[in-house]
Each structure stands twice: as C-alpha cells, then as structure tokens.
Design a protein around this ligand. Sequence first.
Ligand code: ZN
Length: 52
Amino acid sequence: MNKEKRDIRAEKQNRKCRMCGTRQAVIRKYNLLVCRRCFKEIAEKLGFKKFD
Ligand SMILES: [Zn+2]
C-alpha cells in the first residue's frame, strides 16, 4: 500500500549541460543549455565571436 508513491522527481530544474551534464553555471541563453565551459567551446564553433 505504501508503495504507491511514485518516485516523482520534479524535473523543474532540468537545467543541465547537454554536453557534459553538469548543473553548474548552465547557460540558458540562446536556448543552448550548456554550461559555461562547454559554451565557450561551442561558441567558437558556432562562430559566436563573429556574430554580425
Ligand atoms: Zn558542460
């Protein structure tokens, strides 16, 4: 009877880096959902520097 309680972990804070999985310093800007570290990496690839 007591086992009816599902393990519902509220996934409100589902903000984690989709590249490395960390939940620290995740940037949601630009819908990237990556942490600062990975952002730096992909930012260069995406050409964020030359955003004109
Ligand atoms: Zn990351």
